[in-house]
Design a protein around this ligand. Structure first.
Ligand code: AHM
Ligand code: MG
Length: 336
């Protein structure tokens, strides 16, 4: 079988489809190289001394795991010197990271959640990296990038993807021409194309939500899950199955592979009013991927990709996956 690597795929996207610029191509390759290094560190586990927590907290007040910090550093170092970026932003850093003056500056902005699903690190369950690429506004040329330059709606992303570190390490990517998946060939050290056109089935009978939060949910979410639980004799006339890995990357990857609906809705808790997940590092890149695979992504009543962020670390409700189910949940919100 003739194998196509990430490099070949990206060169084709650049030459044949004009879907990426040379800069975006090289920056995606750099992110992918960093994900390879993170995959290697994750794979070593206790043998590499990478498990466990640090004393520090991140900007969100969460205790940082060693791998959170290591992965953040790997991504920063890999992407600093290539000349494609103007600045980076990370779930683990309070404010933006400008490209140091000693390196050439490019026109793109990179955002990432370096290690998503941190609660699964120490229990050997799949975790991942999520990233998003934006173009710096035209008026930013010749001046230092500011935080406000990042605050663009997700519909402006030029690329997005995630790496999932599970039984296999996979990189799932969109540059706006559909979604493709690569598997890491650990011997050769290359990302090999293994899923050419990932499509989310429109219908599903599988939902993913943290049921322990049920008493805090808003009524449209409660109504939908009640309908799912009612099974064949209920309004949805199907028996539903439930899955919750508590790593968004792994839950979304399952949905990319066989369909389903993922929900981390806003809820009544003080910490949950705006949702748990972050718009710019989690919701936007995943929504871009899901839409490119034929699915839908909303915050409850509106499309996530249309939301103009008001802050780098803004949180948002997330409901995404199989189109017909997401549209049903949206209808329930609009009827409420
Ligand atoms: P993290 O970025 O700190 O790892 O948090 C995000 C994760 C998601 O991957 C996952 O969907 C969710 O938090 C799980 O939350 P919970 O433990 O409340 O079920
Ligand atoms: Mg996360």
């Amino acid at each position: 079988m003739k194998r196509k690597t990430l490099t070949q795929y990206l060169v084709e996207q650049q030459r044949l489809k004009g879907a990426v610029s040379a800069e975006v191509r090289l920056l995606i390759e750099t992110v992918a190289r960093a994900c390879k290094a993170i995959s290697h560190a994750v794979g070593k586990g206790a043998l590499g001394g990478v498990l466990g927590s640090l004393e520090s907290e991140n900007v969100q007040g969460e205790v940082q795991k060693k791998l959170d910090v290591m992965s953040n550093e790997i991504l920063l170092e890999a992407n600093e010197w290539g000349g494609h970026l103007a600045a980076m932003a990370s779930e683990e850093m309070e404010t933006i990271h400008r490209i140091p003056h000693r390196y050439p500056k490019g026109e793109y902005l990179l955002l990432f959640d370096p290690l998503d699903g941190s609660s699964n690190i120490d229990v050997n369950v799949s975790i991942g990296t999520i990233f998003s690429v934006l173009q710096a506004p035209a008026d930013a040329a010749g001046r230092d990038i500011e935080e406000k330059d990042f605050l663009q709606p997700g519909s402006r992303q030029v690329a997005a993807g995630y790496a999932v570190y599970g039984p296999q390490s996979m990189l799932v990517l969109t540059v706006g021409t559909g979604v493709v998946g690569f598997t890491l060939d650990r011997e050769m050290g290359s990302w090999v194309l293994t899923s050419e056109n990932m499509q989310i089935p429109e219908e599903t009978a599988e939902f993913a939500i943290n049921m322990s939060n049920m008493r805090h949910w808003e009524s449209p979410v409660k109504r939908y899950i009640d309908d799912c639980l009612a099974g064949k004799t209920g309004p949805l006339a199907k028996d539903y199955n439930m899955r919750w890995i508590a790593s968004m990357v792994a839950d979304v990857h399952r949905i990319m592979t066989r369909g389903g609906i993922f929900m981390y809705p806003r809820d009544a808790r003080a910490s949950g009013k705006k949702g748990k997940l972050r718009l710019m590092y989690e919701a936007n890149p995943m929504s871009f991927l899901v839409e490119q695979a034929g699915g839908a992504a909303i915050d409850g009543d509106k499309r996530i990709l249309d939301v103009t962020p008001d802050g780098l670390h803004q949180r948002i409700g997330v409901i995404l996956g199989s189109k017909n189910e997401v549209e049903r949940v949206q209808r329930y919100h609009l009827e409420d």
